[in-house]
Design a protein around this ligand. Structure first.
Ligand SMILES: CC(C)[C@H](C(=O)O)[C@@H](O)C(=O)O
Ligand code: SF4
Length: 466
């Protein structure tokens, strides 16, 4: 018997096509997802080199970054060019595309999993950093650059330097009202925005085993915000229950064989990781960010920190700059921060579970007069499911806007970008300067905190509501 292996190593080694001495490994890619923002140059490269797409049936294209979420006419010329270019490229190369208006359209990281396209044991790539989301299925999922997208299109393979491995164990049981978003914000605050740099992070422990697939996706999605190369969770009964019956999951004839293989996909006892972190979550509370990177986060029940509280001079300078940009004074209770716009959506928290959580807080309540709440489902499927349950009625009755799917206000690439020095509470994953609009100020929050915040007009948790 060989030595114990980590899950990441098993996945890596089962995809190595060649391993030249001194050079990076060449990996086979099982699934390639693509969108309008990072594919144009890749297709241009193919055209210039006179190459075709090697396995068009292993690529799925989505329109998400540049699409409007209401009304659905693409007025912005840059966005229109992006979308038309993707449509032309997919047509030329025989790649399936779910365009604006298609009943399966949505954010690439929401649609892939809900179609059952991502299976345990696969390699998945996309020209998008949040491809780490798909690691929730026990797949090795990497965000790649545009030149790598071209390489994958041409060869279905990719040269990759092998990342290190890291284990993050979340011990204990998550308290009620505390979820994956709080977990990952607390983790990033603990290890720093580069704390997982160059590593494939495997999330383990009782708290992770207790998470739904949606929540595992939230967790893996934000791995990248700690600098990780990938995030993953070993498949278990939760994974199988999620996949069974989905359009591209193995059918009845292949299910048992697939499940038997998937049951081998875990880190062996005694497997060695390059780095390990343990966090006890049993006393965790809702967390929010106060600064301009996801590590600048704190429990909602605390205060805006004083830069002097940071011993490290770089962290101190970064906190100083962040507070200036965010227009916040040290010592201000985080619950006193007034919020202009609340965004519920994105590939981090735009799935049905997230909408359900927010709706259960909003039911019978109204959005504060001073605040605007935008609800953007992650996909057409999420939108349809939410409507079938009547969630949209809860949102609309509270005074929220109910939109069509897309990346929307997560980033300033479409018509939902924020204008002016607006302050938002956002369920997305990035809060750097200018992310949601040139001078917009972002607080990252969970769906529950987003909903409670919309009601009070200040950062709040459901427990704060009367
Ligand atoms: C536009 C794209 C390249 C980018 C990413 O890679 O993550 C976007 O999705 C983001 O979230 O910033
Ligand atoms: S929702 Fe946001 S984080 Fe996700 S892919 Fe779109 S822009 Fe990137």
């Amino acid at each position: 018997m060989g030595s114990p292996m980590t899950l990441a190593a098993k996945l890596w080694e089962s995809h190595v096509v060649s391993s030249p001495p001194g050079g990076p490994d060449l990996l086979y890619i099982d699934l390639h997802l693509t969108h309008e923002a990072t594919s144009p140059q890749a297709f241009d490269g193919l055209r210039l080199a006179g190459r075709s797409v090697r396995r068009p049936e292993l690529t799925l294209a989505l329109e998400d970054h540049n699409v409007p979420t209401s009304p659905l006419a693409v007025a912005d010329p840059v966005s229109r060019t992006q979308l038309e270019t993707l449509r032309r490229n997919c047509e030329t190369h025989g790649i399936e595309l779910y365009s604006l208006g298609h009943r399966r359209q949505g954010i690439v990281h929401v649609v892939g999993p809900e179609l059952g396209l991502v299976h345990p044991g696969m390699t998945v790539v996309c020209g998008d950093s949040h491809t780490s989301t798909h690691g929730a299925f026990g797949a090795l999922a990497f965000g790649i650059g545009t030149s790598d997208v071209e390489h994958v299109l041409a060869t279905q393979c990719l040269e990759l330097p092998r990342p290190k491995t890291m284990a993050v164990d979340f011990d204990g049981e998550l308290p009620r009202g505390v979820g994956a978003k709080d977990l990952v914000l607390a983790l990033i605050a603990e290890i720093g925005p580069n704390g997982a740099q160059g590593h494939m992070v495997e999330y383990r422990g009782a708290a992770v085993r207790g998470l739904s697939m949606e929540s595992r996706m939230t967790l893996c999605n934000m791995s990248i915000e700690a600098g990780a190369r990938a995030g993953l969770v070993a498949p278990d009964a939760t994974t199988l229950a999620y996949l069974r019956g989905r359009p591209y999951a193995p059918g009845a004839a292949h299910w048992d064989a697939a499940a038997a293989h998937w049951s081998t996909l875990h880190s062996d006892p005694g497997a060695r990781f390059d780095r390990s972190v343990r966090i006890d979550v049993s006393a965790l509370t809702p967390w929010v960010t106060w600064g301009t990177n996801p590590a600048q986060a704190a429990p909602l029940a605390s205060e805006v920190p004083a830069p002097d509280a940071f011993a490290d001079p770089l962290e101190r300078a970064s906190a100083q700059r962040a507070l200036r940009y965010m227009d916040l004074a040290p010592g201000t209770p985080l619950r006193d921060i007034p919020i202009d716009v609340v965004f519920l959506g994105s590939c981090t928290n735009g799935r049905l579970e997230d909408l359900r959580a927010a709706a259960s807080v909003l039911k019978g309540r109204s959005v504060a007069d001073s605040t605007r709440l935008l609800v953007v489902p992650g996909s057409m499927e999420v939108r349809a499911e939410a409507e079938a349950e009547g969630l949209h009625e809860v949102f609309l009755a509270s005074g929220a806007e109910w939109r069509s799917p897309g990346c929307s206000m997560c980033l300033g690439m479409n018509t939902d970008r924020l204008v002016g020095t607006v302050r938002s509470a956002s369920t997305s994953n990035r809060n750097y300067e200018g992310r949601q609009g040139a001078t917009a100020r972002t607080h990252l929050v969970s769906p529950e905190v987003a909903a409670a915040t919309a009601v009070t007009g200040r950062l709040a948790a459901p427990a704060d509501l009367a």
